[in-house]
Design a protein around this ligand. Sequence first.
Ligand code: MG
Length: 249
Amino acid sequence: MTRIAAHRGGTLEYGDSTPQGFAATATMALEQVEFDVHPTSDGATIVHHDATLDRTTDRTGAIAALTEAEVRAATINFGAGAHPLTLAELCAVFRPSPVDLRCEIKPDEHGRPYTNFVPRVIATLGEQAMLERTTFTSFLLETLDELAPLTMQPRLWLVSPPVLRQLGIGAVIELAQARSIGEIGLHVDDADRTVKTALEQAGLIFGCWAAHSVEQMEKALALEAHVFTTDRPSLAIEVRNRRLEGLSE
Ligand code: MG
């Protein structure tokens, strides 16, 4: 069965990376919660999509240049007055839930990996007893390379449409295999039988991201993707249930 990952806790249903979205996701009939992490200036790890607070909160500034207290003082837009969570707080939400973690390690606001951030994320997940329930993702091979010697947990390379266009699926496969990356995530609009077959024949797990419409969800399900991320997790559950009912008739 294709797994569903609530993207940023279900952005289009609950706001972007909100405590409410994560709490709701923890009770849903799905398999993963997708979220993004950034470091603060004083060593905390914050769950937030953007590297800055500007777009999705009432504050401004790069998270990496602010203290934990400054970041937590921000109010998330459309988030019912809530503030960004730390990674430890997110772990506490999901520890009692069967929903597993899909942790995207983000670069800084200039697209560069943060220094010495990956070991801290791994350490926090370990302390919180959630490391063994985590799949790591990144668009950056550099970040996936940094993870490799530090954890045995699955590493998923998010391949963007321009990267796929530039490299082609053959070079994507070669780069993944050279790094022992086990899983590839393609934008759902780039996914088709041909790329799925190529990835699976190479021993790679094929998944999709950004399946936000019913059509995109149905496509990911029809392709039997391993997993897809979605901003509409409640809708995705309905679409998957309808499909499973249809298949059993
Ligand atoms: Mg993400």
